[in-house]
Design a protein around this ligand. Structure first.
Ligand code: SIN
Ligand code: CO
Length: 405
């Protein structure tokens, strides 16, 4: 039986597994060329020695917190087969669960389990902007989320116990769905391949591959997910961004209007002009690049880190930074940069910082690493602009000192 328990905070300086490329014998480039976004791959002992940084009771504790996105899936013993319940849950809910055939899923677990930043870093061969979250699941024997399809690239890392994974890469018909459940569970699933995963094993799945994982023991799975934006989302966000910039006095203009034979007709000349207005609005590379940096670093779920009160002034920040020996990046925030000839654009949580080209090292530091050790920052500590930037980011909650993370 799960019992709510508070997660013990532990220093994040050491990962709970041997840090190596999680692709077995494949090089990162071989994986990208042959498998990424294309076909499934089972990697035995991808992360040898992996031990879960959160135990089942601590995961249950997280699922009781107001701000945590948690779900329970009950295959049996609910009001109907495959019942979905949303958190936050109470301790009593866990006490009342059946012995088997259910699973608990906690989304964005990386926000609450700082050690998971090491797990995300193991996948640094994929650009961070593609990364979504780490979901952690717990299931007793026979627990499962049911056979389904995701629109994600996902690395399913076995963290505790064993799970039987069955997959089928054949396209799934849109109407192959079980009725009377809020979950998108396939009505008809035939496995074409199956494996039993043990702790440290990873199953990589590209989007659209039907999969069904059933716990053979008490089991935890870590889903490292990568979300590709839909074209509809991209267009809608870009248009919103552009519309906010456009001056309302820019209007369709027809000072050169000629008499038309049919007043009811929209002429080819008018349509040519309309297409020109739209193309001009969406074709400027600088607009697209900077909007994309902002868009892709906007928080995808939940709240932004909180503004610190009281805040530190730059001198206090520098002293504390030196004492703490470095900085830890907030797992609530998203970071990216774009390097151009004359600019380095740094994007944090949808906000753009226009930096000098000589600050490329800083942009790389901030965006590539979840931990910034003091030696990485040493050469910049006497640069007032650097200290002011980092102090402002610290005060906005984008960084913390290691002992407090
Ligand atoms: C699970 O961890 O049980 C489900 C993961 C998935 O199927 O995406
Ligand atoms: Co899935």
């Amino acid at each position: 039986m799960l019992q709510k328990s508070k997660k013990q905070t532990s220093p994040i300086s050491h990962p709970s597994f041997k840090k190596s490329c999680p692709l077995g014998k494949l090089t990162e480039q071989q994986f990208l060329s042959d498998y990424w976004h294309k076909k499934p791959l089972l990697i035995r002992q991808a992360l040898p020695g992996f031990s879960t940084p959160i135990n089942p009771d601590e995961l249950a504790g997280l699922a009781c917190e107001e701000e945590v996105e948690a779900r329970l899936i009950l295959e049996k013993d609910g009001p109907a087969p495959w019942t979905l319940e949303h958190g936050p849950f109470t301790e009593d809910r866990f006490a009342g669960l059946p012995e088997t055939h259910w699973t608990l899923l906690v989304q964005e677990a990386n926000r609450y389990i700082p050690e998971l930043c090491h797990l995300r870093e193991a996948f640094n061969f994929i650009p961070h902007w593609r990364s979504d979250d780490v979901m952690v699941s717990y299931a007793p024997v026979h627990g499962s989320a049911g056979p389904h399809v995701d629109q994600y690239d996902v690395f399913l890392l076995q963290g505790l116990g064993r799970r039987r994974w069955m997959i089928n890469p054949q396209p799934v018909a849109a109407d192959n769905l079980l009725a009377n459940t809020d979950l998108k569970i396939m009505q008809d699933f035939q496995a074409s391949e199956e494996w039993i995963l043990e702790p440290g094993d990873i199953l990589y799945l590209p989007p659209g591959v039907a999969h069904y994982g059933i716990a053979l023991d008490e089991c935890m799975t870590f889903s490292i997910g990568f979300r590709a934006p839909s074209h509809a989302e991209l267009l809608s966000s870009f248009i919103d961004d552009r519309v906010a910039e456009l001056d309302d006095s820019l209007r369709y203009a027809d000072g050169d209007l000629q008499i038309q034979k049919n007043p009811g007709e929209i002429t080819a000349q008018t349509l040519f002009q309309i297409r020109g207005i739209l193309q001009q609005a969406v074709s400027e590379p600088d607009h697209i690049n900077r909007w994309f940096g902002r868009y892709t670093t906007e928080p995808r779920h939940g709240e932004l880190p909180e503004q610190r009160a009281p805040s530190l002034n730059p001198a206090e920040f520098k002293t504390q930074l030196e004492q703490a020996g470095g900085l830890i990046r907030s797992e609530h925030s998203r970071f990216a940069f774009i390097q151009e000839q004359e600019h380095v654009y740094l994007f944090i949580d949808g906000r753009e910082y226009d930096l000098l080209p000589s600050w490329i090292y800083i942009a790389q530091l901030i965006c590539n690493h979840c931990q910034l050790k003091l030696e990485m920052l040493q050469a910049w500590l006497d640069d007032q602009v650097f200290i002011e930037l980092f102090c402002a980011l610290y005060n906005h909650g984008k960084f913390d000192f290691p002992d407090r993370a």
